[in-house]
Design a protein around this ligand. Sequence first.
Ligand SMILES: NC(=O)c1ccc[n+]([C@@H]2O[C@H](COP(=O)([O-])OP(=O)(O)OC[C@H]3O[C@@H](n4cnc5c(N)ncnc54)[C@H](O)[C@@H]3O)[C@@H](O)[C@H]2O)c1
Length: 247
Amino acid sequence: MAEQVVLVTGTGGGIGAACARGLLEDGNKVTALDVKPVHETVLNAAPEDNYIALNVDVSSLDACRDAVKQTIDKFGRLDAVCHFAAIHSTLNWEDVSSEEFNRVLEVNVVGSFHVAKAAGEWMKENGGGAIVMTSSGSVQASGVGGGSGRGGPAYVTSKAAIYGLNRSLARSLGPHGIRVNTVSPGATETPMIAEYTNASRDNAANRSMLGRIGEPEDVADVARFLISDKARYVTGEVISASGGGSV
Ligand SMILES: NC(=O)c1ccc[n+]([C@@H]2O[C@H](COP(=O)([O-])OP(=O)(O)OC[C@H]3O[C@@H](n4cnc5c(N)ncnc54)[C@H](O)[C@@H]3O)[C@@H](O)[C@H]2O)c1
């Protein structure tokens, strides 16, 4: 497969780190972006010339545009985006504050728009590309109300909004040769589910038709498929990586 230059967000966390690591191990170039330092396993995956690690908050459009600019300056192009950065919110409807609700929307929804917009602006003028965003099985599942480490209304709402953003951007960017898709993970072994109770873990594993919680690579590989040429006629789709557990 041809080498790709990929902007990966959330590389300080579980799924983003797995995606960046896999891309680098297979000889691709990566801009790794997070508010946290990039995961050390990413740095060990390839020579320093093959990646840039940037400290960026996706709630700033200017910072996202600068990350795209730095990618072009370093690698000469941008082929794809795998956007995983997000924050969790586990408070239920009675406890979550308006401030927290707004912050979750700002990072998870507007942040997704910023990443896609910054990349799309460059791709539109430069022959197209592929963008993958991230939703969550909690949007479908059996209804998730927060507590026990699971997503509450702010988080679930933010991840539902990605369905609309995905379809809208896919429609607008398609004529420019830019595909937009979304991966929707079920419960996946990362710091995001660190507060899961044992009952939540058992429940998630049992919900999966494969009887286990996902590994970060299970999700990262779906995103990598969606940015690859193998998915050249796929756009506007939400693909679950949940062991069948999120519907
Ligand atoms: N782990 C799960 O069970 C699960 C389930 C469904 C969906 N998801 C989604 O998968 C994606 C990856 O999650 P993960 O499990 O790897 O979580 P994680 O918490 O391990 O990683 C998320 C990363 O996003 C970064 N981030 C947070 N706010 C940011 C900001 N404003 N700007 C830049 N980076 C920021 C964090 O620092 C963190 O490194 C997220 O979109 C999450 O909502 C995860």
